[in-house]
Design a protein around this ligand. Sequence first.
Ligand code: NI
Length: 214
Amino acid sequence: MWCKPLRISSRNCFCNNRCARHRTAAAGKFWTARQVVVNLRFAMSQVPKWFERKFDFSFPTELHPNLCIRLRGAPARLEELVRECSCEVLVRKREDKWSAQEHAGHLLDVEPLWMARVKDFVVGGSELTVADLSNRKTHEANHNARSIAEILADFRKARLRLVNCVQEKDPALFGRSLLHPRLKKPMRLVDHLYFVAEHDDHHLAWIWELIDAH
Ligand code: NI
């Protein structure tokens, strides 16, 4: 819902000061056409909510090399995304949500969980290691105070460790299945790799959206 005209006064705005354009105008800034588009995107993410995702694990186990290379490529994709970005844009928060840099830091924070789950498949048992669904680690890490170069280097290192560990496994292990504690469905090791790759994409999409909206 737009206020009209562009220059807003209490006389001619019918939005009760709540529309996005009015708030920006009230802050002493008027938008160009491109800013209108970009700010609208900034106000509302197009990235689907992670916890609402449904996963289809019916693909063949033999796809594991393809998933390994997807995982192997995540650090390079992240590096390429943030390469031209200023610190200011990287640490900018949208309301109380994570900044692009915090999303990058989160990718690093969850690597130990992915590794623990790979080990669960080796050890066997019934259920995979439980995730901290509150993402406390990322909320408390203060990734915005770190350098992006450090986060990128640590993520690259952790991800290579994960991929190298997976690649050493006997191919038969990729079909072994354990219960995923949140999804409440059986997950093979190959499904776990797919899940991690989708989680990478989820946060990369967020980062792209955040840095594209400046
Ligand atoms: Ni996440």
